[in-house]
Design a protein around this ligand. Sequence first.
Ligand SMILES: NC(=O)c1ccc[n+]([C@@H]2O[C@H](COP(=O)([O-])OP(=O)(O)OC[C@H]3O[C@@H](n4cnc5c(N)ncnc54)[C@H](OP(=O)(O)O)[C@@H]3O)[C@@H](O)[C@H]2O)c1
Length: 372
Amino acid sequence: MYETNAPPGRVAADVPVDERFMTLALEHAVTGLGRTAPNPPVGCVIVQNHQQHGGEVVGRGFHPKAGGPHAEVFALREAGEQARGATAYVTLEPCSHHGRTPPCADTLIAAGIARVVVAALDPNPQVAGEGVQRLRDAGIVVEVGVLEAHAVRQQAGFRSVITRGRPWVVAKYAMTLDGKVAAVREGNGTVSGEVARERTMQWRNELDAIAVGSGTLSLDDPALTVRGVPGGRDPRPVVFDRRAASDPHARAWREGAVLVTAPEARADAHEAAGITVLRADTLPDALRGLGKLGLSSVLLEGGPTLLSAFFAQGLVDEVRVFLAPKLLGAGLSPLTGPTRSMHEAQTLRDVTVELLGPDMLVTGLLSDIPRL
Ligand SMILES: NC(=O)c1ccc[n+]([C@@H]2O[C@H](COP(=O)([O-])OP(=O)(O)OC[C@H]3O[C@@H](n4cnc5c(N)ncnc54)[C@H](OP(=O)(O)O)[C@@H]3O)[C@@H](O)[C@H]2O)c1
């Protein structure tokens, strides 16, 4: 499971201790979610005497935004001289190339760090194991793979753009026990309850963009903002509207909004309103365009027509569905499409089930998160 260059005779990864400090580093990384694209969210903690008395955290940091210092730099700044001989826990392999900031591998070496524990290697071809190699060449003990699955999941958006050229797509919807997302195609009350709404707000705060189709925009006029999350920030709204027929003064069209429309559509009114217009023939092209705009993750909030198109083309990577204990009878199904046999059903992996107030939340993956 772990890869190490620890000298023979030495216990390589001190698993419970390493996992405890890596958990802390992953918690720091969360603070950057939704703020770092196209860079990954990364956390780092620096620990003195990790094998004695439970260790002492002397530095901590996270990457706040692209162009800003990396997590290691903040953690080393706080640690100062105490970094010498310490262990650094980093959720992503330290970089080895000069980007907008100097290579973190060199900064860790210069600070006198003795051991580095890395959760996951960096899939960026400019790094891809070179950061670890550079540390090892400098005589630093490096362990790789501590809480890797957790870290890779946290970095799904970054990994998706680097390896596939498009954002990680999370489809979210709420439906009744009889599988309906709305009573009729018109402005609707919400399906799920308050706790589910709070969770949705956290996701909006953590993903780069929030997407809906023109149907939802015109029927619900949603604000697509984050409410009730301390320190929260709004994701960039993205509206799929091939004819550019939606009202350019709808609430979703705030700063940073993106209209995804057909190449031939007249979008003068939207452009005049300062909306970024992305022209694409197909959904895969649209996603690549969103990746180029610096968006690494998209929360696809529907409605059923757009959701169905994404699912039918295999463009949904992760699913988060609320199941409300209500029965509607007639209403809109979340997904439509050609009849499939049960053998052809798309089956989720890494499934979680949680009760949120009266609603059940089911999540799972449809795609593998790109690794190295
Ligand atoms: N319960 C929930 O979780 C939930 C969430 C969202 C919405 N809803 C409900 O859903 C209802 C709206 O349903 P809806 O299906 O009309 O909304 P929608 O899926 O948001 O919008 C549909 C429109 O998206 C446009 N579109 C742009 N690109 C597309 C593409 N590649 N493929 C397919 N469509 C594309 C199409 O219009 P053009 O052809 O003009 O581009 C289409 O008519 C509302 O009642 C709303 O309350 C429920």
